[in-house]
Ligand binder design. Sequence first.
Ligand code: ACO
Length: 369
Amino acid sequence: MEAGLESVVAAHTVLSDVDGEAGRLVLRGAALEDLAGVADFETVCARLWSDLGPDLPSDLRAALGAARAEVWAEVAHLDDGLVALSPVEGLRALMARLADGEGMDAALRVTAAPAVFTGALLRRREGLTPLAPDPEAPHAADLLRMILGRSPTAAQAAALDAYLVTVIDHGLNASTFAARVTASTRAGLVSAALAGISALKGPLHGGAPGPVIDMLDGIGSPGNARPWLEAALDRGDRLMGFGHRVYRVRDPRADALKAAIRRLGVDEGRLALGEAVEAAALEILRTRKPDRPLETNVEFYTALLLEALGIPSSAFTCIFAAGRAAGWVAHAWEQVATGRLIRPRSVYVGPQPSALRAAEWFGRGEPGR
Ligand code: ACO
């Protein structure tokens, strides 16, 4: 067994298919490229959730808007201690206050919460008053408004929709696996999402795009890309936004997001820097790791897209959670409906008990009681 469980199949799912050899992502029967930039978040969320849990609300956009208004009450509990945390830690803490459950109400709360709490946390960090949600607005547009403090343009809202759809689900990634394990104990959707967000925040998973911005800022100009990247690898650092456990070719989500960036129309200089860094990184990784294909993953262009939307890099993981929460909910329902308690075994490789060891264990001559 590999330490990363890469050859273990831990679930059968109708939700998404990640083809690591072909570089293809299918979401409930539709190819990512036919959804991102085409369908909005609510449409894909409804498709993801259908036939897995309770009946869908007749108008998911309205139901999600009402859920944003409901979870807004928790913003009153946003004290200075929470604001001092990183945004994703603050988001996790606020989400922990939500009532748990396995039904549609809990699903809507979990999916609405990152949109509402992220804006509130960011504005409080700036000394500004959080903005209440607009239950009538589309989810992506309302999320952006609560962060930016003004209504986004149609192009900005569409770009965020494309992002949320692109990251909504992705097989048994670390956060979804954590969510499914938690759901398998019947702990509820809020608990499953909290497990998911805790796994998501690590830099090897959903915490990578913030460091991508640090990398681009550190490099500064295309000519500095190669020496900067070589020095980082010489130090033993990993290049954020590259490599993937499943993909042996380019992550298809990188292209979906690059297309969204082009539609949005970003600062050409910034995009040119990103492309130069990407090209240099791929070339260097091919030379240094000839046996291990390391290609661009979703996080590289996530960073450029969310930055272009005016979202602070400290909150990128929160925006990832805003999309992936819908996937965690779908997987949690699927796990409860079709799975069992997930409880793998471990092989004990430590010492066997003996009187001498017990004495050592308690740090004195006699075993403790
Ligand atoms: N930069 C430099 N070297 C790398 C990178 C990278 N981004 N990714 C992998 N490697 C190297 C490893 O150091 C390892 O080298 P070694 O054999 O000399 O020890 C080799 O390539 C194989 O790497 P693994 O650890 O086997 O790859 P794994 O499948 O476990 O890791 C991961 C996948 C975590 C995504 C890795 O590629 C990485 O750390 N990337 C950077 C962080 C990142 O972008 N994360 C976001 C992933 S997408 C997502 O989760 C939404």
